[in-house]
Write a protein that binds this ligand. Structure first.
Ligand code: SF4
Length: 474
């Protein structure tokens, strides 16, 4: 099959990333952008002395946050994430405690070395700029390397930058920048842009979804089959561990809302429920909220597709493994089917609350989880598609209005709702005749894209509308 540049070329490991919460677009993406800028400065270190005619002037990083990053960055921990990236941390290796410590002292000066030059970095050099702007993506940040002439401090107007890059955090921890071109990597063996084409490839090749995904992953990343499976297993363990940690903790979450963790208590009560159906549903709620609470606390989670929605997939994984005795191989293969759903949503709509509202986060997370359950329990590709479609269809129009800018209300309970809808979508899809299903996954993704485009900006992760406003006014 011939391939062209606009087929889906996303790697499973671009999608599923481990890192500290609470937000993939506000924490992981900005940290990656800042780390990328540090590497850029190191690459360009040789030219810095020539560009710095005043040797006694100090070099410093200045950052401007725009759009939703500016509106809700504080509650999402964006400033600390950017600073951590500038200090050399990447999301997968950044200890949550390091971020917490950074947040505690806003005026502390940090230094980082590029070549022989020291560069200053601090939270006070990170500025929250306009919420409305003309950049192509809502979550935009401009990072500059400047030479501060005035020793009076970072609050003085910075001179022209020596180096500057305009970054976009486009959702799910993915970043781009002005002039960005997709990385040169292998081409997928099986090209598809949408579900209709994916369905056709599956029909022609006779492959199962997970086999197709695996063959593409090997071609795109150059990794061997066993290395991919090992990495996938490691990510599943991080997801399962995030549920376990959440079930073991109680107390208040960070921030000013005073939100108390509920997952552990819910789990204990669920275990004592006499009705098996009640017990299963209540436990699923507890699993999803456990990871979502860990995410809100800045703990390590896996984006699926984002941090905000990171509780949905682990809830179903945990339930399949511990309550429904589904084997490891089926879980792993289900993860690959879930990734295919996220790729389609990302390619043909968006997976960021700042772009399309929560339908792109918990909605897509729920569709992924529905595909996971259906595939892991041996359903046909048609049923996997229908399960994902049903889960996403019943999240259409869902706004993103985090109260106080924290990924807590409505996000934590919303993960529980997404998990239950995912299982219900699987039940409906696996019970009906798949050929009688009238709505395709492509149709519902197109509807999500259109709904997201028409959605007022105040409902797209700015905390300027909806519950974020009405709850404050109560
Ligand atoms: S409301 Fe949904 S999209 Fe918005 S921050 Fe919360 S989980 Fe993310």
């Amino acid at each position: 099959m011939s391939v062209t540049a606009d087929y889906i070329e996303t790697s499973v490991f671009d999608l599923f990333k481990s890192g500290p919460g609470p937000s993939s677009s506000h924490t992981i993406g900005p940290m990656k952008a800042a780390h990328d800028f540090l590497l850029l400065c190191r690459d360009e270190a040789g030219m810095l002395p020539a560009s710095c005619p005043v040797p006694e002037g100090r070099l410093a990083f200045h950052v401007r946050l725009f759009g939703s990053l500016s509106a809700t960055g504080e509650g999402h921990g964006t400033d600390a994430a950017v600073l951590a990236g500038l200090l050399g941390h990447e999301p997968s290796q950044c200890p949550p405690d390091f971020l917490r410590n950074l947040q505690e002292d806003r005026h502390r000066e940090h230094t980082v070395l590029t070549g022989a030059r020291e560069i200053r970095a601090s939270l006070s050099r990170i500025m929250h700029d306009s919420v409305t702007h003309h950049f192509p993506y809502s979550n935009t940040l401009i990072i500059s390397l400047v030479q501060e002439q005035d020793q009076s401090g970072p609050s003085t107007v910075p001179p022209s930058p020596l180096l500057e890059r305009e970054y976009y955090s486009v959702g799910g921890g993915f970043i781009q920048w002005k002039g960005w071109t997709p990385p040169d990597r292998g081409k997928p063996v099986h090209g598809y842009r949408n579900m209709r084409q994916l369905r056709e490839v599956l029909r022609v090749t006779g492959l199962a979804i997970h086999e197709l995904m695996l063959e593409n992953e090997m071609a795109i990343t150059g990794m061997g089959r066993s290395a991919i499976l090992e990495q996938l297993d490691a990510l599943m363990e991080i997801m399962i561990a995030s549920v376990r940690r959440g079930l073991e903790h109680d107390g208040a979450l960070p921030g000013t809302l005073g939100v108390q963790r509920k997952a552990a208590a819910l789990y204990e009560r669920a275990r004592a429920m006499p009705l098996r159906s009640d017990r299963f549903m209540a436990q699923l709620n507890a699993y999803a909220m456990a990871t979502a609470e860990e995410n809100a606390a800045g703990g390590v989670i896996v984006t699926a597709p984002t941090c905000g929605a990171s509780g949905v997939m682990p809830a179903l994984l945990y339930a399949l493994r511990h309550d429904l005795a589904v084997g490891e191989r089926a879980l792993r293969e289900g993860m690959l089917a879930a990734a295919a759903v996220a790729f389609l949503a990302k390619r043909n709509a968006a997976i960021a609350g700042a772009e399309v509202g929560c339908q792109g986060e918990v909605g897509v997370g729920s569709a992924m989880a529905a595909a996971l359950v259906a595939h892991a329990r041996g359903s046909s590709a048609a049923t996997v598609e229908n399960a994902a479609e049903i889960a996403l269809e019943h999240h259409l129009g869902l706004t993103c209005d985090p109260v106080g800018g924290y990924v807590q209300i409505p996000c934590i309970e919303r993960n529980a709702m997404g998990a239950l809808k995912a299982y219900n979508a699987y039940l409906i899809a696996s019970t009906e005749n798949p050929w009688h299903h009238r709505v395709t996954l492509d149709s519902v993704i197109a509807a999500m894209a259109e709904t997201g485009r028409e959605m007022n900006a105040k409902f797209k992760e700015t905390s300027l509308g909806g519950l974020a406003v009405s709850m404050v006014n109560c």
